[in-house]
Design a protein around this ligand. Structure first.
Ligand SMILES: [Zn+2]
Length: 446
């Protein structure tokens, strides 16, 4: 007889509105009943005070970038100068040190209410480009790290073959390259899905995968019905180089090689023409916005509203982990658009939560997640409504309070697959997350 656990949610986000007093039954890791009108906790129920929302999906992560936090805030520069510092950290990582860092970073994500991460993973080989004894040792380290932190992972194993259009990888990039897309596919095919783990594909960018090899990666994802992600038009320099090499925009190039479609997500989609936006929208290609990274790297404000209107579902990611806070990503998308247009109210709190949960999970190959409904995975996070940032909400506007004023620090409880991974603001299986982060990052310094 499977065991059923009942949770009593003081307030629950049910997709369109905040409902007070909800009893939620969980059996075998899935939600089996959602009962409204529960004014008081049923006997034996676990009480979750605050606003419970579906688990958040961090649709774009490079776990090792967390080691750069703070150190890249000195001096001026651009995305391209930031990238040099990022490469120097990448050089020092081994499967063991990457496991320790990623375990701590994914635990930080868990504390922020994130129940699934899309890890855009391109650091495959030993320094110099020599494969490890297990050619997927780095990817397996990330999978193990997510398991220890209790969150789900979609490993978006990334093809990264060239430094620029027609240029061989530079010395930093040798660790990223499998040589050819066929060799990439051969290596990635050895990775196995398991409980909490999906294997997806990524094209680092049109800079990093030659045009004649794009379709090999797209076909691999198509055959497996796997998600396919790609950094797209984050920088104007990439658009210009693509034009010079191929006479088209990066979006057009991807479309011409069969990369766009409903299982594909373009990450950033910042500098796009009207024709690019129409192409992304008409193919139902997703858009993953990473507003805290895009502002940190001085990338620009992407046309998220226009992309969504054209048919592109929106997801959110913390990317370089300048901060790890999906609530901040969600409101930043809206607030950037307000600054750009001088108009308020482009997305409701409901629409922002959808990007931060259901549409994010769908972009990671989990279309059944991100809702508090029978049949969905029992993945949810409770945001406290009694902290200095959130106290005093109008009950029916609890979600508006959470999305526009709460931070990751207000997340109190997190459940993944019916298992509590964060209780009362503390991680259950990684006892001291700040210390784990400090030690893993210190180990990478000179
Ligand atoms: Zn990225």
């Amino acid at each position: 007889m499977p065991l059923t656990t009942t949770y009593w949610l003081e307030h629950a986000w049910l997709g369109s509105h905040t409902e007070p007093g909800v009893a939620l039954d969980v059996t075998d890791g899935r939600i089996t009943a959602v009962r409204t009108g529960a004014d008081t906790p049923p006997p034996g129920a676990t009480v979750l005070r605050g606003l419970t929302v579906p688990g958040l999906a961090n649709a774009h992560s490079h776990a090792f970038h967390r080691a750069l936090r703070g150190t890249v805030q000195v001096g001026s520069g651009t995305f391209w100068t930031w990238r040099e510092v990022m490469y120097s950290v990448a050089q020092r990582l081994t499967p063991d040190s990457y496991f320790a860092l990623a375990r701590a970073v994914y635990a930080e994500m868990a504390l922020a209410g994130i129940t699934a991460v899309g890890e855009f993973h391109y650091l495959h080989h030993a320094p110099g480009g020599t494969p490890y004894a297990d050619p997927n040792a780095m990817g397996e380290a990330l999978i193990a790290a997510a398991g220890e932190a209790g969150i789900r992972i979609t490993l978006l194993d990334t093809a990264y073959l060239s430094s620029g259009f027609g240029a061989a990888p530079d010395h930093h990039q040798l660790r990223f390259s499998d040589g050819t897309a066929e060799k990439w596919a051969e290596r990635v095919s050895a990775l196995e899905e398991r409980d909490g783990v999906r294997i997806g594909a990524a094209i680092h960018s049109v800079r990093a995968v030659p045009a004649d090899q794009l379709s090999t990666v797209a076909r691999w994802a198509e055959e497996r019905r796997a998600p396919l992600h790609v950094h797209l038009s984050e920088q104007t320099a990439e658009n210009e180089a693509c034009h010079a090499a191929h006479g088209v925009t990066p979006t057009r190039l991807l479309a011409d090689h069969g990369v766009l479609g409903p299982r594909t997500t373009g990450v950033h989609n910042t500098h796009m023409t009207d024709a690019d936006i129409a192409l992304v929208g008409s193919t139902s290609t997703g858009t993953c916005m990473c507003p805290t990274t895009e502002r940190d790297l001085a990338d620009g404000i992407g046309p998220a509203a226009a992309l969504q209107k054209a048919g592109s579902p929106l997801s959110l990611g913390s990317d370089s982990h300048a901060v790890i806070d999906l609530l901040e990503e969600a409101r930043a998308m809206e607030l950037n658009e307000r600054l750009r247009t001088h108009i308020r109210g482009h997305w409701t709190a409901a629409a922002l939560l959808r990007a931060a949960s259901a549409d994010g999970h769908a972009a990671l190959g989990r279309p059944d997640a991100g809702v508090l409904e029978p049949g969905a995975p029992a993945d949810f996070a409770t945001i406290a409504l009694d902290t200095v940032r959130t106290a005093g909400p109008v009950p029916r506007l609890a979600a508006e309070t959470a999305v526009f004023a709460a931070t990751a620090a207000d997340v109190r409880h997190v459940v993944v697959g019916g298992r509590e991974i964060v209780r009362d603001g503390a991680h259950v299986s990684v006892p001291d997350v700040p210390r784990a982060l400090a030690e893993a990052i210190a180990a990478l310094r000179d």
